[in-house]
Write a protein that binds this ligand. Structure first.
Ligand code: SAM
Length: 297
């Protein structure tokens, strides 16, 4: 929650001291690149639009760089960290750097790929995270699916992944993450971040992506599962026409053509030309024909 004092944030010296104290050896497997730049975390928080009414879910708080900036603006922060050593040190870091906000902070040691609402002490209204890069898209889609109370998400991911998430139909980079993210709401790039603000420095640039949830297609899990199965099928063979690419999803190419025509989609185009509303109509056409589908996130 905002106070008159500017928040104390973690700079290079504080990150170095914490890492030395904990004997942290950042691993690529856990995507451990820690931000040591106050301007960067302030930018992330500003781009997220969170305020005092928000309960923010932060995935991968690490040493607490972003957490401290979030606590300065949010009502509460609930952090989910997979690394036990990092999770255990966080309450002390918050108590040292933001004693007035310590009561507004919880950390849960868990894998964000599997975390569910019942695992958290609070119901989050927003997601803000510098995501571990190798699992960024699955974590983002899992949380948007399982936490419908999250109304806005602002995540830092690799620049190329940010471009793919925010891509519009028609381009080469438009694909499965772009369409699935759009199922939940409006998706937009929200800035670029260089490599020098991290320790250790990654090789690639990062980007910010924002999702504003709209739930334009409702919150029916069955419709989402069916729609995502159609998206997976269309992009598994993205050079093929929809009629060909969807043959096994539909049963036969002729059946695929029938569903496509029912959904008012030209069977000769490729999946990269379709927006999420097209995939929702397609999934509905297949459902109306009485065909079951497997689950897909
Ligand atoms: N938020 C910190 C910052 O900005 O400096 C650290 C971000 S670092 C890119 C990613 C963090 O996610 C690390 O702290 C890592 O241990 C954690 N992490 C990796 N995989 C995770 C998972 N599956 N669930 C939860 N946390 C994870």
């Amino acid at each position: 929650m905002t106070t008159d004092q500017p928040p104390r944030l973690l700079g290079p010296a504080e990150i170095r001291a914490l890492a030395a104290e904990l004997d942290v050896r950042p691993t690529k497997t856990l995507g451990q690149n820690f931000v040591h730049d106050a301007n960067t975390v302030r930018r992330i928080v500003a781009a997220s639009g969170i305020g005092a009414d928000d309960i923010v879910l932060e995935v991968g708080p690490g040493l607490g760089s972003l957490t401290l900036a979030l606590l300065a603006e949010a009502g509460r922060v609930v952090a989910v960290e997979i690394d036990r050593k990092l999770a255990a040190r966080l309450p002390q870091t918050i108590a040292e750097f933001a004693p007035d906000q310590a009561r507004n902070f919880d950390v849960v040691t868990a894998d964000a790929l599997a975390v569910m609402p019942d695992d958290l002490p609070q119901t989050p209204t927003a997601l803000v995270a510098n995501l571990p890069y190798n699992v960024a898209v699955p974590v983002l889609l899992h949380l948007m699916a399982e936490f419908p109370t999250i109304r806005t998400a602002l995540v830092m991911v690799q620049a190329e992944v940010a471009d793919r998430l925010a891509a519009s139909p028609g381009g080469r980079i438009y694909g499965v993450p772009s369409v699935k993210a759009r199922f939940y709401g409006d998706v937009a790039r929200a800035g670029s971040i260089g490599t020098q603000v991290f320790w250790p420095e990654p090789k690639i640039q990062s980007g910010l992506v924002r999702i504003d949830r709209r739930d334009a297609y409702g919150t029916d899990r069955d419709l989402r599962t069916r729609t995502f199965a159609a998206i997976d099928a269309a992009f598994a063979q993205r050079r093929k026409t929809m009629r060909a690419a969807l043959a096994s999803w539909a049963g036969t190419a002729a059946q695929a053509e029938e569903f496509l025509r029912t959904a008012d989609i030209d069977p000769s185009i490729r999946g990269e030309r379709l927006d999420v509303a097209d995939f929702v109509r397609l999934a509905q056409a297949r459902k109306d024909a009485g065909i079951d589908t497997g689950a897909s996130r």
